[in-house]
Design a protein around this ligand. Structure first.
Ligand SMILES: Cc1cc2nc3c(=O)[nH]c(=O)nc-3n(C[C@H](O)[C@H](O)[C@H](O)COP(=O)(O)O)c2cc1C
Length: 187
C-alpha cells in the first residue's frame, strides 16, 4: 500500500481521516509505504520531454515513489482541498505522473504500469461546498486511467472550519475505516 499525504499539518483534518483508515489496515498482511508531499519537497514537472524517449524522469527525487507505485496493490491519496484543488506540493507529484502518459502515448508502452491497483481518496475541506472534492476526484480519475488504477472510495470531511475541537465526526472516521476494510478485502 502506497500512501501519498499532502497536508502541511501532520495532525490536521486530513491526517485524522488517514489515521482512521490506516487503523483498519492489517500490517501483518499489508506493507504500508508513506510519502509526504510537503516534507519530500518534490520538484515540479518542467515539461522537458525527457520521458517521451526514456522510461524515466530527468529528476530522481521520485524514483523510490515510482518503484513503490509499480509494486503497490493499493494507493491512498490523502490531501485537503486548496482552492478547489490539491495543495501545490501534492499537485507537483501528480504532474510528475506525466511520465506514465508519455510512456503510453509517446513510447507505446501498454500498459505503462503493469500491476492493477485500487485507490482511495481521503480529503477534508473547510466549507460546505463539495465542488473541490469533485474536481480533485476528476483529476485523480484522469491520471488513474493511465496508471492501471481504479478509484474505489472517496471519503471527504466537509465543514472542518466549524468542527468542534477540530475533531472529525464519528461518521467520517467510520467511513474511512469501512473504506480500508473494503479495499483490502476484509469485508
Ligand atoms: C490555501 C488554502 C486554500 C483553501 N481552499 C479551500 C477551498 O477551496 N474550499 C474549502 O472548502 N476549503 C478550503 N481551504 C480550507 C481547508 O481545506 C481546510 O482547512 C482543511 O480542513 C485543511 O485540512 P488539513 O488540516 O488536513 O490541512 C483552504 C485552506 C487553505 C490554507
Amino acid at each position: 500500500m502506497l500512501v501519498l499525504f499532502g497536508s502541511p499539518h501532520p495532525k490536521g483534518a486530513t491526517a485524522q481521516v488517514l489515521e482512521a483508515f490506516l487503523q483498519e489496515v492489517d500490517r501483518q498482511a499489508v506493507r504500508v509505504v508513506s510519502f509526504d508531499a510537503y516534507r519530500g519537497n518534490y520538484h515540479p514537472c518542467i515539461a522537458c520531454g525527457y520521458c517521451q524517449t526514456k522510461e524515466a524522469c530527468v529528476f530522481s527525487d521520485l524514483d523510490e515513489f515510482d518503484q513503490e507505485l509499480r509494486a503497490a496493490d493499493y494507493l491512498v491519496m490523502a490531501a485537503p482541498v486548496y482552492h478547489l484543488s490539491f495543495p501545490a506540493p501534492f499537485k507537483a507529484v501528480m504532474d510528475r505522473w506525466q511520465r506514465y502518459f508519455e510512456a503510453r502515448f509517446a513510447m507505446g508502452i501498454r500498459p505503462p504500469i503493469e500491476k492493477p491497483k485500487t485507490a482511495v481518496f481521503l480529503t477534508a475541506y473547510g466549507s460546505r461546498d463539495a465542488q473541490g472534492v469533485q474536481v480533485m476526484t476528476r483529476q485523480l480519475e484522469l491520471a488513474f486511467t493511465i496508471m492501471n488504477t481504479r478509484l474505489q472510495h472517496v471519503v471527504a470531511w466537509p465543514d472542518t472550519d466549524h468542527a468542534p475541537n477540530g475533531k472529525a465526526p464519528a461518521e467520517i472516521l467510520s467511513q474511512a475505516r469501512q473504506a480500508a476494510l473494503a479495499m483490502t478485502g476484509e469485508i
